[in-house]
Structures are given as C-alpha cells and as structure tokens.
Write a protein that binds this ligand. Structure first.
Ligand SMILES: O=C(O)CCC(=O)C(=O)O
Ligand SMILES: [Fe+2]
Length: 215
C-alpha cells in the first residue's frame, strides 16, 4: 500500500499544517529550543509526526537499505547501521517524506535562507547499531551555520551531543515521531552520536533533512 493511502497528507503544509482534528499526518511545528554554547542550538518537537507507525513500517519495508562502508585510515570498515541517501532530484521512497520535508523547511527557511532538500535515511537494527561522534561537515556546514532536521521513527534511542574539543556531553531522547533539529553552528562546534546501548531495543529509523550540499 502506498504511503498516501495510509496517511492523510491532504491539506497540510507550512506552520499551521493539519491542525484540524481531521487527522492530518503532522501538526503545527512549534519546537522547544535549547541554546548550546558557541552559537549552536537544538530544537525538539516530541511526537510531532502523528501516526508515525505507518511511515515507519513503510520505510522499513520499502527503502533499499544499504550496508555502509567507510574508509578509516588504511582499511574500509563496516559502519554498524544501514543507510540510503536521497538527493533533491531523485524520487524519494514515499511521498509523505516530501510533505514532511516541505513543512520542516517552511519553518526554518526564513532564518536559514535556503530550503531543506535532501533526505538521508539511517536504519539502526538494534542496540548494537550506532554512529560514532561526528559533525555533518561535508559541504558548507564546515564553515557556515546550517540546519539538520532529524525525524525519528521506531525504537527510542539517545542522540548525544558534545562540544568539539572536549566538554560534558548532553543526551537527547529521540522517540517515535519526534523531530530534533540541530542548528546554528552545531555541525562545526559540536559533535553528535547515536551511542550503542545494552538495552533491548528494536529498529530505529532516522530521516535527516538537510540543505543542498550539506552532509
Ligand atoms: O540517526 C540519527 O539521528 C543521526 C544520524 C546522523 O547523525 C548522520 O547520519 O549524520
Ligand atoms: Fe550526523
């Protein structure tokens, strides 16, 4: 079944998206901001995506998930998660993702000055899957403020943040349907990670929306 058959993305868009009780897929976006040092910030909108179950199931089933390999020093190693990246021009696996991206983009574009146009998808199969400390520093995010918006689906995991060059780490919970947005200088002055966990957890999918040329 196509996503649009199970989610009503009908009259949604921009900030007042789907406020009627009719059951639009997501509500008005009014995230809570946590300012961080060095001009970084994190916005959180818990449970922003309603009825996230359908999107989670559809992405789990339909995305051609790929094992990630990464050059590390002189070896190519398996990165413990599966990924699939969609740029602006290619078809995305579900129309709902475009709707969600457009709504998030509409919220941040006035301050950011450009839209969010790509979707990076990650699948953490269980608690042993993870991503190590890093900034999304490919492209302009190395030099300029940017926004990386992350929609979480499935099992709850921790997204940890720590200042570059050392300092206490902060832990944010990313649960089913939550939106977490890193902004300002976050990609160049802070690092983020999804740590492994010994808790018994099922799969988690994250969808990262970014401006063109940021990765
Ligand atoms: O899964 C997440 O929430 C974070 C993913 C991430 O940081 C990345 O792929 O760059
Ligand atoms: Fe990242």
């Amino acid at each position: 079944m196509a996503l649009q058959d199970v989610l009503d993305f009908g009259e949604v868009g921009a900030d007042e998206a789907g406020c009627d009780e009719g059951g639009a897929a997501f509500g008005a976006l009014a995230p809570m901001r946590t300012p961080l040092a060095h001009g970084a910030w994190v916005d959180i909108a818990p449970g922003w995506l309603r009825r996230a179950d359908e999107l989670y199931a559809a992405l789990l089933r339909d995305v051609p998930w790929k094992a990630e390999r990464r050059q590390m020093y002189d070896a190519v190693v398996d990165v413990p998660r599966l990924t699939k990246f969609y740029d602006a021009a290619e078809p995305w696996p579900h129309p709902g993702l475009r709707e969600i991206c457009a709504a998030v983009s509409a919220h941040y574009q006035p301050s950011l000055g450009e839209p969010l146009v790509t979707a990076g998808l990650c699948l953490y199969r269980d608690g042993a899957d993870s991503v190590a400390w890093h900034g999304d520093r490919i492209g302009r995010s190395r030099y300029h403020d940017t926004v990386v918006a992350i929609l979480s689906l499935g099992s709850t995991r921790t997204l940890a943040l720590r200042p570059m060059g050392g300092g206490a780490s902060l832990k944010f919970t990313t649960g089913h349907g939550d939106l977490l947005v890193m902004g300002g200088s976050c990609q160049r002055t802070w690092e983020h990670a999804i740590p492994k966990t010994r808790d018994v957890v099922g799969p988690r999918i994250s969808v990262q929306f970014r401006p063109a040329g940021v990765r």
